[in-house]
Design a protein around this ligand. Sequence first.
Ligand code: 8OZ
Length: 364
Amino acid sequence: MTTLFSAGTIGAISVSNRVVMAPLTRARADMEGLPSRYAAQYYAQRASAGLIITEATNISKQARGYAYTPGIYTDAQIVAWREITEEVHRAGGKIVLQLWHTGRIAHSSLHDGKPPVAPSEIQAGDMVFTEDGAARPSMPRALELDEIPSIIDDYVLAARHARAAGFDGVEVHAANAYLLDQFIRDSTNRRTDAYGGSVENRTRLPFEVTKAVADVFGPDRVGVRLSPITRAVGDTPLDSDPVGTYKRMAERLGTLGLAYLHCVEGQTQGDNAATSFDFQSLRRAFGGSYIANNSYDRTLAVEAVATGHADMIAFGRPYIANPDLVERLRAQAPMAAGDEKTFYGGGAAGYVDYPALDGVTAND
Ligand code: 8OZ
């Protein structure tokens, strides 16, 4: 029987257990998009996860929405990420890079005062962080139809860079109301061209991007993250038919032979709502491996893998303060609570100083 602690494979990636470190924005990169100098240590401390998905990483300068988030579009960034993948591999882990374009969840101060780009000219609510603190995302401008191929090209280039940096694969971030999800939802997409209107048209860009990225890495090293029922980020209204729309998205992605589909089963950073939305229908529509995420505790995670609800379970916030989460889950040991003041921004404190169970900071 497969358990949370069984080894296996997800696409072409062999994993030592079914625990995934979910992507976590920690806002410790510099303004050139170089990951924190502590990031190699941070990720290597967490290498006992079956799979690490990195923090969301900007595919281009245009993709940036927030200050202090890393990128994968310059040579220096590739070099910095290579050091991180090497440390994780040395510690026996597997790591994929999450490819991110924020779309309208972005601030013009990151774009020389110019507006960010989005499917349509509709401003997001909520917050992004800028060099001057939290701010409302700026009014975006709608992408021209003839600009869309260059967005796909940016994803392709980012995937090539990820391969050069030694990643085991990539995850396309099509969740949490960022650019690709802005195309999917009819609440943020009012286009009248081939990328708006029908479900077929609204799922076109995420599909084309994923297909293009799969051509770089091989489909079995590419996953996609979706979040059909979250308003975060940007206080974004849901699609008018989340079940139908995301089921079709999952079905289209299923034709590509990908490594996995990864779903945020509820409100991002909120409660688990897997009971109020039929995530298994998305999984069936996709037909491949499934990573479940959002507020799973040990009991839910063990059960979800044992019953075949999910192939792997991604833990986000618990990974902040529990570098040895797998060992703690295995031993049914107590979990440490993270300090919210150091979730975003800063340096080593609250990042690489959470001890493992034995009191020793992992991989020191
Ligand atoms: C928290 C703060 C900033 C960004 C996401 C990339 O929710 C994020 C994010 C989370 O996917």
